[in-house]
Structure formats: C-alpha cells, structure tokens
Design a protein around this ligand. Structure first.
Ligand SMILES: Nc1ncnc2c1ncn2[C@@H]1O[C@H](COP(=O)(O)OP(=O)(O)OP(=O)(O)O)[C@@H](O)[C@H]1O
Length: 513
C-alpha cells in the first residue's frame, strides 16, 4: 500500500466498518475487525492476537490473509517484527524489506511480506494484552491517515480484548468460589466424620450386602463406579471408601462434574499456567494434582462433556497429563472414584457417554439401593437422624409413635435419604410441643392422612387404608425376596403365609411380580 487513505474513501469505509463492528463481540468481532482493517488499508494481511507471557508467544484471535482466514496461528515472538512491539510496547512500522530485517522469522517469506505495521493492545493499567498487526507485499507509507485509522482499530480491539479478560477473570473467580464452597462442604464433611455422622447406617439385606462389598474393595486401588438414585448416599459411600483405604491420610478431592463452568473444565481438572488463555491470571493446580497420593471423586460423572471425557480417558490410560498452556507432563498417583445417578449403560448406547471411559470407570460397580428397598432401615435412619437434628438444634428428642412409623414406611421417598433428612428436620423444627413430630405437615401430600387416635389407642384404619397398607407391605416383601414367593427365602415365608394364599392376595390387590 503506497497510497494514503483518501478522506472520502476513508469516511465511507469507516462508517460501514463502525456499523459492522458495533453489532458484534468476541470472536466474530475480531474476525470482522481484521477483515475490515485489511480492506480499509488495502493490505494483504491483518491479524489481532493475545499475548501469552508465560511462553512468550502470540496467539491469533483472528488472522485475515489474502482474502481468507488463517486458523490456529500461534507463534514465538523471538526474531519476529512483533518482538519489539511487545517488548517496547510501542507502535512499530517497517515500511519495507521486513524479511531482510527479520531473517529469523520463518513466516515472513511464506507470507510474501515486504512491509509491517503493528501496535500493542493494552488495558487501562498499561498491561500488554496482545497486538494488532498488518503486513503487505508492497512498501507501506505510514501517512497520518493510515496511522489514525490504524490507531482507531487498535483502540477498539484493545477495549474488546480487555472486556474479554474481565469476563474470563470473573468466570475464574466464580469457579474459584465454587471450589471454595466445595472445600467448605468438605470441611463440614470432616466435622461430620469427627462427630460420628459419616457412618453408613442400615441393617437391611441390601445395605448389608453393599457395605460388605464396600469393605472388600476399599483397601484396593480399584476404580469404583458408585451408582444409585439421587440422595441415596453415594457421596457418603465414596468418602467411606477413601477413609477405609490406605490413602485415608491423604486428600479426598471431590469434583462435581455438573458444576464446572463450560470452557474451564480442562483447567479445573488439569490446572493451567499463568497466561495459558485469556483471563488465566494466575498459575493454578488442577484437581488431579490436588488429589495426588489420595482419592479423586468425580461426582455426577454422567454430566461430563464429550471432549473432557476423551481427555480423562487419556489420563486414565497413560497416568499423565499436561496443564493447560504448559508443555510439561505431570504424573500423579490418584485413586479414582466416580458416581452418577444416570444410567451410564443407556448413555453409552445413546452415544452420549464414551464406551471406553465407561469400561475404565466401571471396574467395580457399587449400587447404593434406594431407600424404598431398605425396609425397616427407614425407621432406623429416622431415629438416628432425629437424634442428630435434636442435638444440633438443642431441641428435645421426640419418640416415633406408631402413626409416625406408618407414615414413614408408607411414603415412597423419591428423594431418598436426603429427603428423609429434610422431612425429619422440618418435622422436628415445626413440632408443636417439642415432643410430637409434625410429620403430617412436613411430609409431602402423598402420605396417607392421619387418623384420629386417642392417647395409647391403636390407630383405626378404613378398609381402603388397610388395603393400601397391605399392598405396600406385600410389595416390600416381594422386593426383599427379589420377587420370589415360595421356598425358605420367599416372600410367603417372610410374611408367614401359605404361598397359594399370598399368590391370591397379590392377584386380588393387583400386584404384579
Ligand atoms: N446409609 C446412610 N446412613 C446415614 N446417612 C446417610 C445414609 N445415606 C445417605 N445419608 C445421608 O443422606 C444425605 C445424602 O447423601 P449423599 O449426599 O451421599 O447422597 P448422593 O447419592 O451423593 O446424592 P446426589 O446424587 O444428589 O449427589 C447425606 O447427608 C448423607 O449423610
């Protein structure tokens, strides 16, 4: 470009440009910017970059060259004309013979560069964020017109990049806050353990079986996939696996895969170098590193996005990873536990969860049964939880009467132990006299209505309520016995009925096996 930008030409194009840029932000903004800049100045190429100080590299946010965009352009500034722009933080013009002046820059000959003009992008505090550059295959005259257009573009690019940094820094702080909240939860969990509240309560056959399996696998370094409905105690199980392992004295790090901001997940797991990406203001260690020597618990693993699934698989296969923006390979010694309330097999079939990762995680599956399969554990848990809440709130401990027990047994507990906790805490707090639980008000609608009952008198049930009670009881017996009716381990024996009698009761109550 040897001619100056003529005032009329300049004004018309600038108007178009300002309109085009005003309506965009982020990536589309930078793409518009370099394309329009090359057009206004009539040069071959224009690019805008962000500065990665840790590695002394510039990464193009957008690069327009010879009527197309160049993707993934990143380079070391050593020996390039961009080096003085960044180092001295000033506008640099090379009007001609740029290849001769910068013979170490391998890209200049490839781009057919003759001239070069660039200016750093700085934030309000004067910190270099990146730069805006143009190059041409002809000599370039930096007339006042050219320079003023170029400065205008630089100011707009700088403002947009600074805005992106602020947004990213905010997202980083939000993630940090979430991490701190998780750590606070971890500390609360530690306190619970110290107060004996981390014990997995339950004496029903499925809970005994689960505890037995837990005890067997805890001491091994095996990956365990804990499945079960929401609120069944999966996190409690993960923490017990850690405490009963040889890693108990080392960290137990929980990551909720559903709660990390998209875009920051890789850095959350593997950490990042300072300046690794826009807004990475500090170097940070990832959760893998934090868990070194201990246990990493991936909660809600079914919510992990596909690209992260691929990266996690690589770490599991190779036992090593790289921080975002860091070339160094890190090795950690971590025992992995994962939990999900989702049906991962179905997700694999639907193509939303990687089969190879599922195999890796599912080395030892541990199913935590829903509360409705735990029979009288509901009452055992209720008593222990009530004692806990009464102690916590300094309230008297109410006894569970027959009606309370009936209500607790009759409710299906879709939210499992967490829901039981919530209901009991509420019932205790709103208890009218501190002795009787206000279960009627605390339990959701589904529970049968209370029956009028004098002190010490047994409840009087209607025929319909009696049938509902019997039905629920028979169903629980069937679940206990895995649908088996006859024989020593069948539901009939459990209920003290003849198998034929049980079969006809099931039929008349419409219960399917
Ligand atoms: N068997 C149990 N004994 C005592 N407390 C339990 C038991 N199971 C669960 N809890 C308690 O119930 C609450 C919910 O448990 P937890 O958070 O471990 O469930 P979760 O399955 O991980 O839930 P989510 O799927 O929603 O993450 C916790 O306060 C936990 O201490």
């Amino acid at each position: 470009m040897s001619a100056d930008v003529s005032p009329a030409f300049d004004q018309r194009l600038l108007d178009t440009l300002v309109r085009a840029l005003a309506s965009s932000s982020g990536q589309p903004f930078f793409e518009q910017l370099v394309r329009q800049l090359a057009l206004v100045l009539g040069v071959k190429g224009a690019w805008v970059t962000e500065w990665l100080p840790a590695r002394r590299r510039l990464r193009a946010l957008a690069f327009w060259f010879d009527d197309h965009y160049i993707e993934d352009y990143e380079y070391d500034i050593g020996g390039t004309p961009c080096e003085p722009v960044i180092n001295r933080c000033e506008l640099t013009l090379v009007p001609e013979r740029v290849i001769e002046l910068y013979p170490q820059d391998p890209d200049l000959p490839a781009l057919g560069a003759v001239s070069y003009l660039a200016q750093p992008l700085v934030d309000a505090g004067g910190v270099v964020l990146g730069h805006l550059a143009v190059l041409d295959d002809k000599p370039l005259t930096a007339s006042p017109g050219v320079l003023s257009v170029f400065r205008l573009f630089t100011a707009r690019a700088g403002a947009e990049l600074a805005r992106l940094w602020r947004d990213q820094a905010l997202a980083e702080r939000e993630t940090r806050l979430r991490v701190l909240t998780a750590e606070a939860a971890q500390l609360r969990e530690d306190i619970r353990q110290l107060q004996g509240e981390a014990e997995i309560l339950g004496e029903s056959p499925p809970m005994r079986r689960m505890r037995e399996e837990l005890g067997r696998v805890a001491a091994l370094d095996t990956t365990v996939l804990i499945t079960g409905e929401t609120g069944t105690g999966k996190e409690l199980v993960a923490s017990a696996l850690h405490r009963q392992s040889g890693r108990a004295a080392m960290p137990f790090v929980r990551v909720n895969c559903a709660a990390i901001a998209p875009g920051l997940q890789e850095s959350e797991f593997f950490g990042h170098e300072k300046g690794a990406f826009t807004g990475a203001l500090q170097r940070r260690e990832g959760r893998f590193k934090q868990a070194d020597g201990g246990t990493l618990f991936l909660d809600e693993v079914g919510e992990m996005p596909p690209d992260l699934q691929a990266k996690l698989l690589r770490v599991l296969q190779e036992g090593e990873f790289e921080r975002v923006g860091g070339g160094r390979t890190e090795k950690v010694d971590v025992r992995l536990l994962a939990a999900t309330h989702r049906d991962l097999a179905a997700m694999v079939a639907a193509g939303t969860f990687r089969q190879d990762l599922w195999y890796r995680l599912n080395v030892f599956p541990l199913r935590v049964p829903p509360l409705r399969e735990r029979g009288d554990d509901i009452l055992l848990l209720a008593r222990a939880l009530l004692a806990r809440f009464a102690r916590r709130h300094g309230l008297p401990l109410p006894e569970l009467n027959e009606q309370d027990e009936r209500r607790l047994r009759g409710y299906p507990w879709p939210g499992n132990v967490r829901e039981l906790e919530n209901v009991l805490e509420r019932a205790l707090i709103i208890s009218p006299d501190g002795r009787r639980l206000a279960l009627d008000r605390a339990l959701p609608e589904m529970a049968p209505a209370p029956l009028p009952m004098g002190p010490g008198e047994p409840a009087i049930l209607t025929a319909a309520e009696l049938a509902a009670l019997e039905k629920a009881n028979l169903e629980r017996a069937l679940v206990h016995c895995h649908g088996k009716i006859a024989g020593a381990d069948g539901a009939a024996a459990l209920l003290g009925l003849h198998p034929n009698t049980l079969s006809s009761r099931l039929k008349s109550l419409g219960i399917k096996r």
